[in-house]
Design a protein around this ligand. Structure first.
Ligand SMILES: Nc1ncnc2c1ncn2[C@@H]1O[C@H](COP(=O)(O)OP(=O)(O)OP(=O)(O)O)[C@@H](O)[C@H]1O
Ligand SMILES: [Mg+2]
Length: 252
């Protein structure tokens, strides 16, 4: 599904990500863990098209994503929920969702036409909106409310709902539980488990490494811009180095 090959990311002369390779297979939940400043967000931002990839390549199935913009990667099925949610706080919930919409038909026709008729588009947006509202009934109840006035948990649901509006092949989340109360963190992680059961593929950055590894199939550990360890969730949960560096807080 997703293949990241030797990707490096730099800000001016400072390299934040050094030749990172990782894969996410169809139907998997993969988690990327690492301490603050390790380069996790930089890597995902580069994969999504928010910052340039300095070298290396990113593939989504057989499509080369590296070099494309956020707008293009979204259209091709890369559903990104960025760090800090990045919602339009002054706009109603429904407008935030519609802005995330790149329907499947757009993807299918991209190479053929490069343009999608407004009516097809509108029908797809409505269908996707209905499925997001089924997933998050609260967003439906609050569809006219400004996004900025939602609670933290509701805002996170909106950020996930917005990414779901483009019928993603893969959902990629950068610390979805940041700032949320523990019961909400659990709720979000359970939701990701449900989405996977419905066939979605997921790549997750999560500060609570134990919670993430509990729902994940595999994980990667990133330090100072490099992947330093990878394995199944069970292997990482049982690894002494990982326990010491990332899981200590949860185990004591
Ligand atoms: N826009 C930017 N300009 C310059 N340097 C940046 C920029 N964004 C990130 N960095 C630097 O790149 C490095 C990696 O940061 P990044 O945000 O990718 O880490 P992270 O693993 O996501 O950390 P956290 O867990 O705190 O979110 C850090 O040293 C950071 O200061
Ligand atoms: Mg980050």
């Amino acid at each position: 599904m997703l293949r990241v090959e030797n990707v490096s990311v730099a800000y001016g002369r400072a390299t934040a990500v050094r030749e990172v390779s990782l894969t996410v297979n169809d139907g998997e939940i993969v988690t990327l863990i690492g301490s603050n400043g390790a380069g996790k967000t930089s890597l995902l931002n580069a994969v999504a098209g928010l910052v340039p990839v300095k070298s290396g390549a990113v593939w989504l199935d057989d499509i080369l994503l590296s070099g494309l913009s956020l707008h293009q990667t979204a259209r091709l099925g890369f559903g990104y929920v960025p760090e800090g949610r990045q919602l339009f706080g002054d706009m109603p919930v429904i407008d935030n969702l519609i802005l995330g919409a790149y329907p499947k038909s757009a993807r299918n026709r991209l190479s053929l036409l490069g343009y999608v008729g407004w009516f097809t588009r509108r029908a797809d947006i409505r269908t996707n909106l209905e499925s997001v509202y089924r997933l998050f009934p609260k967003l439906h109840e609050r569809q006219s409310q400004k996004a900025g006035s939602l609670s933290g948990g509701e805002q996170q649901m909106l950020a996930i709902g917005r990414a779901m509006m483009c019928s993603p092949k893969i959902l990629v989340l950068d610390e979805p539980s940041l700032g949320l109360a523990p019961n909400l963190v659990k709720e979000i992680l359970q939701l990701l488990g449900r989405l996977r059961e419905e066939g979605l593929t997921i790549l997750l950055i999560e500060q609570d490494a134990v919670a993430a590894l509990k729902i994940a199939d595999r994980g990667y550990v990133m330090e100072r811009g490099r992947i330093v360890l990878e394995g199944t969730a069970g292997e990482l949960l049982g690894n002494d180095e990982v326990k010491h560096a990332y899981l200590g807080r949860a185990l004591t």
